[in-house]
Design a protein around this ligand. Structure first.
Ligand SMILES: NC(=O)c1ccc[n+]([C@@H]2O[C@H](COP(=O)([O-])OP(=O)(O)OC[C@H]3O[C@@H](n4cnc5c(N)ncnc54)[C@H](OP(=O)(O)O)[C@@H]3O)[C@@H](O)[C@H]2O)c1
Length: 336
């Protein structure tokens, strides 16, 4: 199969099927008429690969609603045709959330039909690759930072811990926080990456083994806030390690759903805890993307070394490696 010269009548996708309770993702040729409906036809340039996508294409969690489905919870591309006036041919746009790649066909195809209500223009100042590099992980990190600010936290209060530091959300969170003037402590199982994490902006790099130390009701209070991508024991340890009035943004569960907890961090240190849902409201999307393209803008040259670009056919193997925790940084499928 050649990926050359895709047309709306004949292009490549990775489609996920369910048969006899088995999930299988296959590289297929398809056509626009076979995609879920939407007013805007987009020629996909990049689809970011998220932990959730890896789970869905390999059938490791019940994420997809309705099979067969083209997964890919985010995409960036160029409008080819639009039935609405808000979008015009040639415009660079992106979609994430709104059950893209879950209930609607998503990014893992050379074309997507996107409901106009799910689509936004890439903010001015970002090109397609830059918007895709940030994508859901950068936006998620941005939501956490936006909420810290809303809750009255300031950089002067001390270090913000970021767990799962070598992952996509982790690396982008470290870099975005540092660019915005916050001090960051990176928590990772991969201490060999310490120089990389410091270069991205981490002031301290901590081995996650610290978080599996014998359980105390309260640990040394060392962080003003935390972005937790891991869950499990890590989340319990971070809760016990926040300073008075600290806040924890619960983002992910790469290390497990359940976490050990007790009431002391709350009643003795007035800790607050909130969940981050990437499928945010439009006001939050506009505000956070505006800052990501503006005063929180990453140094894309520094990030580039940590952005891997793969073809659609390499995606299933990549997904296995990402779920095994052996990948690092951000991965984009290049569909051009
Ligand atoms: N709430 C939302 O809207 C939202 C949005 C995006 C992502 N997420 C979630 O956030 C989490 C991170 O996403 P991501 O895109 O950064 O994923 P990722 O690129 O796969 O990175 C996950 C990182 O977590 C750590 N990790 C992986 N498996 C682990 C394990 N078994 N035990 C402990 N640590 C482990 C690793 O970091 P180290 O090796 O450096 O420790 C890994 O690099 C995922 O659970 C994802 O579903 C949520």
């Amino acid at each position: 199969m050649s990926p050359a010269a895709p047309t709306p009548g004949d292009f490549l996708c990775l489609r996920t099927h369910l048969s006899d309770k088995t999930v299988e993702s296959r590289l297929e040729r398809t056509r626009v008429d076979d995609l879920t409906a939407g007013e805007v036809l987009v020629r996909t340039h990049f689809a970011g690969v998220n932990y959730k996508d890896c789970l869905s294409i390999l059938g490791r969690a019940r994420i997809i609603e309705g099979f067969p489905r083209i997964a890919g919870i985010e995409l960036v591309g160029e409008v080819v045709h639009s039935a609405v006036t808000e979008f015009v041919a040639g415009q660079i746009v992106m979609a994430h959330g709104f059950r893209t790649g879950i209930a609607f066909d998503g990014g893992f195809a050379q074309f997507a039909r996107v409901p106009a209500a799910h689509l936004m223009a890439v903010p001015s100042g970002l090109d397609a690759w830059q918007a895709a590099t940030l994508g859901v992980p950068g936006f998620t990190a941005g939501i956490a930072l936006d909420r810290f600010i809303e809750l009255g936290l300031t950089p002067e209060r001390g270090l913000v811990a970021v767990s799962g530091a070598s992952g996509a959300v982790g690396m982008l969170a470290i870099h975005i926080l540092a660019r915005a003037g916050w001090r960051v402590a990176a928590l990772t199982r991969k201490m060999a990456l310490e120089p990389v994490l410091r270069a991205l902006g981490a002031e301290e790099v901590i081995d996650t083994q610290a978080a599996t130390a014998p359980l105390r009701p309260l640990e040394k209070a060392r962080f003003s806030a935390a972005i937790d991508n891991v869950g499990g024991d890590m989340l319990g340890w971070l809760l016990r390690s926040l300073q008075d009035g600290g806040q924890i943004a619960v983002v992910g569960n790469a290390g497990g759903n359940d976490f050990p907890g007790n009431v002391l961090p709350f009643v003795m240190r007035s800790i607050g805890m909130f969940g981050v849902v990437g499928n945010a409201s439009w006001p939050v999307r506009q505000r956070v993307w505006g800052r990501l393209a503006g005063d929180w803008r990453p140094d894309f040259l520094a990030l580039a070394a940590h952005v891997q670009t793969i073809g659609l056919s390499a995606l299933p193997d990549h997904a296995s490696a990402q779920l095994a925790g052996t990948t690092c940084g951000r991965t984009l499928v290049d569909l051009r």
